[in-house]
Design a protein around this ligand. Structure first.
Ligand code: ZN
Ligand code: ZN
Length: 358
């Protein structure tokens, strides 16, 4: 009898585990509904311009239904605006079956604007992270989000006032009888920088999560990316922000590296379709143009930026302060002297011993 009960319990547990596993799903793609755009390609004049714009649109989204995190990104080297979604049907994540999952929205560094109706009626949306690259928030972006309580901006208040045009029209949410403006929910402060690295140590994605004030807690989960396997030790990072603290985290991934040639006849333009890194086989084909962004000093490191004139690949590297070069030369001299002494002194000792025993 006991055994049967055990089997039943075990089976139930297995089913439960399967259900939890199956319910976690990731939706991702270009941040516009391709089907809708395709079906409306003969749309009225008003839409035509935006449809043409959509053809070049490279903003991506990723919604994890388990964590409730929606990420919107385009990469820092390719800054883009979100589309002004003229119609709710343009937005893939505001579909009735996806909208309820959204709790947190992370708009990554590189995105220049938050489009119209982007989060219209996201009934469970609580927190939004805005990047410091932001220049505009369109009207109606946060229209009717009753649970929205925090909008973190990854920068300070004066930058926000200077660079961000926050349109007020219908950018409010109704929480019961009170209607509040989204702009009043914006908080400023420190941000956490996340670097995603592949097994070759190359950073293929950097973004900031920010707008934390002192004492506020943060929670960071490594992003899931197509083709890449997360191999870092921690599955999440929780912390509390101290005053004027800049935090950086590195998430490690393994990439199977599948290279594809972007431009015909340009051999060095072989990029990995997953992490975007370059094929090392063609490393010597790049035609680098080196620029020193920040020149190095005696004690201060500089930054070197090189761009390939053929494929447009950009690489940044540290240009170490002169003190390190001086230090290197000095230590080589010290080691050299030490080796020299080690070779000659024991000989003298032996001679002395010989003399004593004589
Ligand atoms: Zn790769
Ligand atoms: Zn190149």
């Amino acid at each position: 009898m006991k055994r049967i009960a055990f089997y039943i319990a075990f089976f139930a547990l297995l089913v439960a585990a399967f259900c939890i596993g199956a319910s976690a799903q990731i939706y991702e793609g270009r941040a516009l509904d391709e089907v809708y755009i395709h079906n409306n390609s003969h749309a009225s004049e008003g839409y035509r311009e935006t449809i043409e714009l959509a053809a070049y649109y490279d903003v991506q989204y990723q919604l994890d239904t388990e964590t409730g995190v929606l990420r919107i990104f385009c990469g820092e080297t390719n800054p883009q605006k979100m589309l002004p979604y003229a119609d709710g049907d343009w937005v893939p994540w505001t579909k009735y079956y996806l909208r309820p999952y959204i709790k947190t929205v992370i708009i990554e560094e590189g995105i220049l604007s938050v489009g119209m109706f982007s989060f219209y009626q996201c009934e469970n949306l609580e927190t939004v992270y805005l990047p410091s690259s932001l220049l505009r928030v369109d009207q109606t972006s946060f229209y009717e989000c009753p649970k929205l309580t925090k909008i973190h901006y990854a920068g300070n208040e004066s930058d926000f006032g200077k660079y961000v045009e926050f349109q007020d029209k219908r950018n409010s949410y109704t929480g019961g009888a009170v209607e509040r403006k989204a702009i009043d929910l914006v908080s400023f402060g420190e941000s956490v920088t996340v670097h995603c690295k592949n097994q070759d140590g190359e950073t293929f994605r950097t973004y900031k999560v920010g707008g934390f004030s002192a004492g506020e807690s943060f929670h960071i989960v490594p992003p899931t990316m197509e083709g890449l396997t997360y191999v870092g030790k921690k599955s999440e990072i929780n912390g509390v922000f101290a005053v004027a603290e800049a935090r950086e985290y590195v998430f490690e991934y393994i990439c199977p590296h599948v290279y594809e040639q972007k431009e015909e006849l340009q051999f060095c333009s072989q990029f990995c379709i997953y992490c975007g890194c370059c094929d090392p086989e063609y490393e010597d084909e790049h035609a680098w143009s080196v620029k020193k962004d920040v020149p190095r000093g005696l004690f201060r490191d500089g930054e070197l930026k090189k761009t390939c004139m053929v494929c447009g690949l950009e690489r940044r590297q540290r240009d170490f302060a002169y003190i390190w070069t001086i230090g290197m030369i000095a230590s080589v001299a010290v080691i050299g002297t030490a080796v020299f002494c080690a070779i000659f002194f024991p000989v003298r000792k032996k001679i002395r011993i010989k003399r004593l025993t004589w």
